[in-house]
Structure formats: C-alpha cells, structure tokens
Design a protein around this ligand. Sequence first.
Ligand code: ARG
Length: 463
Amino acid sequence: MPKLWGGRFTKSVTKLMGEFNDSLPFDKRLWKEEVEASRAYAAALAKAGVLSKSDRAKIVKALTEIGKELSAGGFIFMPEDEDIHTAIERRLVEKAGDAGKRIHTGRSRNEQVATDERIFLKSANIEAGESIRNLQTCVLALARKTAADILPSYTHLQQAQLIRLGHYFLSLFFMLENDRQRFADLEQRLDVLPLGAGAVAGSTVKLDRDLLRRELNFAELSPNSIAAVSDRDFINEFLFAAAQTLVHLSRFAEDLITWSSTEFSFVELDDAYSTGSSMMPQKKNPDSLELIRAKVARSISNLNTLLTLQKGLPLTYSKDLQEDKEPLFDSFDTLTSTLRVFTGVISTLKIRRQNLLRNTDDSIYATDIADYLVEKGVPFRKAHEIVGKLVLSGTAKDKLLRDFAPDELRDISDLFDEDYRKIFDPTRSVERHDVYGGTSLKRVNEQMELAGKMLAKKKLRRR
Ligand code: ARG
C-alpha cells in the first residue's frame, strides 16, 4: 500500500529513511487517545454535514473494532504505517471504505498529535498526583511513629542541631506536597483541546469545536490554532514537575543510604528492597535507594531534551516535534515506578532508635550553650565567641563539653553556673525550638495535623 500522502510522489522512501521517519514504534502507545479523538471528530464532521448518518455509524463501528484489535494485540501494523495516526486511518479505510476516507476532512496530524498527547497527559498527570499521595500517606505514617525520636540534623554533613525524627520525615511530606500541587496546577493548562486547529490555520470545515470539547471532556478550547499545533510547553512543564519530584526523592534516598551504613546505623532497609554481593557475604546493599537516587538523571535529561528540541524551532510544526514523545513516556514511567519503589522502602523501613544519638558529639549543644549565656544577658555575638572558645578547648583537651569542671568553665566565662549541665539534655534541646514549623513535639504534632488535612483534601487548590 502507498503512503496516505503518496499522491505527489513518484517513488517511495528508502527503507533507511522509512525507519528513521517512523514514530510508530513509540507513538503506538497513544492508540487509545487516537481512537477516542477520531470518534469525537466523526461526530463533529457529521454535525457539519461532511459525514452522512450512515457514514458516521460505519466509522464509529470500525473504530470500536479497531480499538478491540489494538487492545487484544490483534491489530496488524503495515510497513506503510508511519505513526499511530496513519495506522488507524489506514485500518479505518479498510473497514469502512469511502466513509473512512472522509475522516481526515479538514484534519491534520499536527493537531491530532497535540490532542492525543494532551489526552494522555491529563490522565498521566492524575496518576502522578495519586502516586505522590500514596507515598505521602506512608511518609506521614512513619512521621507519626517517629515523632518523638531525637537525632542530630546535619548541615554541610556536620552535626548541626538535634531534631525530632518525625520532623525530618515531615520535611519530605511537605516537599512532596509541593510536587503534588505542581501537577495539580498543570491540569488547567493541559485541559485545553487543540482539535479544530487543522494543520496550522484552523479547520476549513465548520466544526462545532464545543461539541469536540464536550465529547473529549476538555475544559477549554485552544484559542489560537498556531499555538495549538506549535507549542509543547505543557510537556515541558510535566517533565519539570517529574524531575523536581525525583530530585526531592534523590536527596532523601541519599540520606537513607548514609543512615543505613554501619557508621550511622540509624535505619535498616527491608530485605525486600536490598540486594547482596556476589562476593562479600556480609553485604546488604541499599540498591533500591541507589537507583532512586540515579533515576533522576534521565528525568532531568528528558526535560533538557524537550527544551533543547524547541529552542529556536520555527513556528509552526516541524518534524523535530515528533521527538517529544519518548522523553515524555520515559519520564512518566520513571516517575511512577520510582515513586512506587520509594513507597515500598518507606513503608518497610526499620528505625534503629538505639543508635540515633549514639555518635552525637556534645558540640551539637553549642547553640544551646550560647542561648544559655544569652539568657544571662550576654549579647548573642559575644556568646557565640565564648562558646567557640569552649568548643576549641574541648577539642584541645579531648574532653566532652559536659565534663568541664566549674573552674575550667570559669576560665572561659564567669557566667557559667552549676545549672550548666542541664543543657546537655536532648529533649530540652529540641523542646526549645517551639516556633511554628519547629522541632518541639507540639510543633511536630501541629505539622502532622496539617499534613493529615492536606491528604484528606480530595480536590487540590486551583488558581
Ligand atoms: N508522527 C508525527 C509526530 O509525532 C505526527 C505529525 C506529523 N505531521 C506532519 N505534518 N508530518 O509528530
């Protein structure tokens, strides 16, 4: 069979060019969207008087059969099928004859591809949000279990200040909430139907575009046919939202990898999410987390690919845009599988409470000691300097700060009293951070309550 566009050609493309040109191997994933959009288009053509009642019925029947063939794997692709659009149209003509030959009246693949992608993304977007929500549910459950536990926080990977472990896990929850909101915000920009844009200038058929919109369940119609066929900003946005989510996950994966090392031993991964070494019998490696940390690389590259693809691309459609699909599918698949694995890791993670404070150096109380002096009237900058000297002296003497004798303390400042030792209490330290968003138990509970409310809200905020 010749190509659908074969009329003005005297010879066919080489095999090499054929393979180079075809997008079918990857865009056949859009078959459902294509069948759905064609069905709606037939309705609009019938309303415009291009299709008779019986033509439309033949097309709808054929499309239903084609859908069945495609879902059951019985659809036979032909060498001349370049992409999913031409494949389905070719089969439609085989089944519905002349009626099938009318389906493309006033229609262009330029609008079809943008339409199919938007239909695909509308549900992919919901799935992304739901997968994030599932992870958030497990993260919140873990935060509840660990709300009271205390461990060091790190800045520059050096011990910084004591925090509640629940507070730490809630930080993941709230980052994920931003991610979920980002996908939800995107929904309104995805929910715009290009169909009716034609190749570039708008269809020549008097289509009832609002009928198309209702048939395909879109909120709005694209207001400009040129933008409709040219722009892929909605894919860029989805890829960014995916990459940002995975960037978040990669940082927590990194922490958990560190925390599962012998040196830290704060957590232990479930066997189901670890692997062994073929040589070293003792090894239990956090491969799940390493892969989660790694997956973001391709997600960032996919975003980069899409932006680079569109940079300086002349309006309107060029074949370059065919290259938008593989990165899109890859980012979506990577995102959902990574979220699923991370959810498994989090929901089976074992916390080794006994180790959380095992290697905490007394200098983690340095800020608390400075605050102690501030309470006695010392200006903070001065207190900072005094405590700096104390830490330095502790290091020089190889002595714990809590073990400094009263006369040793007085050498540094005469404001140190016998109540000095009360400072070295983990609970006291965290409870002092009693500000909204802080790490005191009351504030952590407050955050958990807020998190619960965010999860319970079915409908996300929309602008
Ligand atoms: N396979 C093409 C794509 O994915 C469909 C659009 C082709 N349009 C055209 N004018 N050649 O972008």
